[in-house]
Design a protein around this ligand. Structure first.
Ligand SMILES: [Zn+2]
Length: 97
């Protein structure tokens, strides 16, 4: 019998500190996602986390920067290159596209 089957028949117990969705079969449980798109190079990256905030924190740790006012994101590569957010360019490329 598979582990997932034992769980559903209460033959096995799932223990842990944080409540997590039980992974049945090979399906990945749905996790909160945060999608980022760099205003400068157009690179897209998706982060998953335990919570939406956790997903965003992962992006911040990697170096993605948010610019309040323009409401745009700069990827860590462009941050390192010293790219400054430009509202006009952000409008042209469509930040939320
Ligand atoms: Zn970039």
């Amino acid at each position: 019998m598979k582990a997932s089957g034992m769980v559903s028949h209460r033959a096995a117990r799932v223990e842990g500190t944080a409540p997590r969705p039980i992974n049945i079969g090979n399906q990945e449980p749905e996790r909160p996602k945060a999608k980022f798109r760099c205003w400068c190079c157009g690179r897209k990256q998706e982060f998953t986390g335990e919570t939406p905030v956790d997903a965003v924190m992962k992006a911040r740790k990697l170096g993605w920067e948010h610019t309040i006012g323009f409401d745009i994101e700069t990827c860590e590569r462009c941050v390192k290159l010293g790219k400054k957010p430009d509202a006009k360019k952000a409008m042209e490329i469509g930040v939320n596209a």
